[in-house]
Design a binder for this molecule. Structure first.
Ligand code: GDD
Ligand code: MN
Length: 375
C-alpha cells in the first residue's frame, strides 16, 4: 500500500499528455459517441477531455457528468452566466495540467483521428501549432450550407494572413493543438469574444507562430444545429477593432454606441414620416418614433452587439424587447434628469444634452448587458 501522499508510481497511471477541450452548447447527443471516437483514436496516449458547457438547455452538462462518472479522464466545466466559444477554450487552457491542448467542435465535424498526427507534430517541435484545415490541399467539405460563406471565408482568410503574418489557409478553423503553456501565456492578451480563438492566438503571439496545417474532411454535423451564424467577416472586424482599440473603448460598448447613433437617425426618420406623411401631431409622432427607434436598437443590438448571446426564440425575443424598453426608459430618465440639472446650473445647451446622452448610454448599456442579454 502506498500512502496517499507518496508519488504515484510511473507505471500505475498514464502520464497526462493531451487535453481535448470540447466547447459545447446543446450537444447532448453528440457527446457519448464523440468520447468513444476520441478514446479509440488516442488509445495509449494519456489524455483527458474537458467539456466546457455554457449551461445548455438540453442537459449537455448532465450528460457530460454521466459520462465522467464512469471515466475520470472526462471532466466537466459548467459555466453559468457566461457564454462564448473563445472564452470556453480559454477556460480549458487554464484548467488542465496536460502539456498539450487541443480544441475541437463537439458535433463530429472534426475528425478525432487527426489528433495523433497533430500531437506528434507539435510534440516533436516541428511546429508550434497544428491546425486542422478545411482549405489545405487534400481537404474536403461535406456541406457548405450557404454559397456566400465560402466567399466571406476566403476574404476573411486573406485579411487574417495580413494581420498575423502567418501563411495558412484556414485561420478561422476551430480545430487546433498547441502546447498548453504557450496558450496560457497569451491568455491575458486574448479578447475572448466571438469564436476566432485561433486567429486571436496567432495575432497575439509576439513572434509569428510556426503552423503546420492538416487537411481535414469537414464532416456534416452528427446531431443538432450550428450555433454560429455565417457573419464570419463581422466577427473578424470586431476582432480587429478589439485588438486595436478594445482597451480604450470596449468593443461591445463601441457597437452599442454605434447602434444608438443609428437609432437617432431611425427616430428622426419615423418622426418626420409621421408628421409629414401621416399628419399625426408631435406628441404621437414622437411616441411612435421612440418605440420604433427602441425596437430598431433592440433588433440591431441583438443581431450585432450581442451576436454571441443572441436571443432567438419568440418568447425570449419578446421579453428581451420588453426589458430593453424598460432599461432604455430608465436610461432616458437619467439622461433628462442630469441634462436638466446641468442646464439649470448654466451649462451650455449642447454640452448639457451631450452629457445627458453620454450618461443615458452608459446606463442603457450597463442595464441591458446585465438584464437583456445577461442570461
Ligand atoms: N461553451 C460554448 N459556448 N460552446 C459553444 C458556444 C458557446 O457559446 N457556441 C458554440 N459552441 C460549441 C458548439 O457546441 C460546437 O461544439 C462548437 O462550439 C462549434 O460550434 P458550431 O455551432 O458547430 O460551429 P460551426 O460548425 O457553425 O462553425 C465551425 O466553423 C467555424 C469557422 O467558420 C467551427 O469549426 C468553428 O469552430 C469555426 O470557427
Ligand atoms: Mn459545427
Amino acid at each position: 500500500m502506498t500512502s496517499p501522499l507518496s508519488p504515484i508510481p510511473a507505471d500505475s497511471a498514464q502520464t497526462l499528455e493531451l487535453a481535448i477541450i470540447l466547447p459545447t452548447l446543446d450537444e447532448r447527443d453528440n457527446l457519448a459517441p464523440l468520447v468513444e471516437r476520441i478514446a479509440a483514436t488516442l488509445g495509449g496516449t494519456g489524455w483527458e477531455i474537458l467539456i466546457v458547457d455554457d449551461n445548455s438547455a438540453d442537459g449537455t452538462a448532465d450528460e457530460a457528468r454521466r459520462l465522467a462518472m464512469s471515466d475520470p479522464r472526462i471532466r466537466v466545466i459548467q459555466r453559468i452566466g457566461r457564454r462564448g466559444l473563445s472564452s470556453a477554450a480559454i477556460e480549458g487552457f487554464c484548467a488542465t495540467a496536460a502539456p498539450f491542448v487541443a480544441v475541437m467542435d463537439a458535433d463530429h465535424q472534426h475528425d478525432p483521428k487527426l489528433l495523433v498526427d497533430m500531437l506528434a507534430c507539435v510534440k516533436s517541435g516541428e511546429a508550434d501549432v497544428a491546425v486542422g484545415s478545411r482549405f489545405a490541399e487534400g481537404a474536403s467539405m461535406a456541406e457548405w450550407g450557404r454559397p456566400d460563406r465560402e466567399k466571406l471565408s476566403s476574404m476573411a482568410n486573406t485579411l487574417a494572413r495580413k494581420l498575423t503574418g502567418v501563411d495558412l489557409t484556414d485561420p478561422m478553423s476551430g480545430y487546433f493543438l498547441l502546447p498548453s503553456a504557450l496558450a496560457r501565456a497569451m491568455v491575458p492578451k486574448l479578447s475572448g469574444i466571438g469564436f476566432k480563438i485561433l486567429l486571436d492566438l496567432l495575432a497575439t503571439s509576439p513572434t509569428p507562430l510556426r503552423v503546420q496545417e492538416f487537411p481535414m474532411k469537414f464532416a456534416a454535423r452528427l446531431s443538432g444545429e450550428s450555433k454560429l451564424d455565417r457573419a464570419i467577416a463581422l466577427d473578424f472586424l470586431a476582432g480587429l477593432y478589439d485588438k486595436s482599440f478594445g482597451r480604450v473603448i470596449p468593443t461591445r460598448f463601441a457597437l452599442f454606441g454605434t447602434v444608438g447613433m443609428m437609432g437617432v437617425g431611425v427616430h428622426l426618420a419615423i418622426l418626420y414620416a409621421c408628421i409629414l406623411v401621416l399628419g399625426t401631431n408631435f406628441g404621437w409622432s414622437q411616441t411612435v418614433a421612440t418605440f420604433g427607434a427602441m425596437t430598431f436598437n433592440f433588433w440591431l443590438n441583438n443581431f450585432l452587439t450581442y451576436r454571441d448571446r443572441r436571443l432567438k426564440e419568440p418568447g425570449k425575443l419578446f421579453w428581451g424587447w420588453v426589458s430593453f424598453v424598460a432599461a432604455c426608459s430608465i436610461g432616458a430618465f437619467a439622461n433628462v434628469a442630469v441634462a436638466t440639472t446641468l442646464h439649470d446650473r448654466g451649462l451650455h445647451t449642447m454640452a448639457a444634452a451631450l452629457v445627458g446622452i453620454g450618461i443615458g448610454s452608459v446606463w442603457n448599456y450597463a442595464l441591458s448587458s446585465r438584464f437583456v442579454w445577461g442570461r
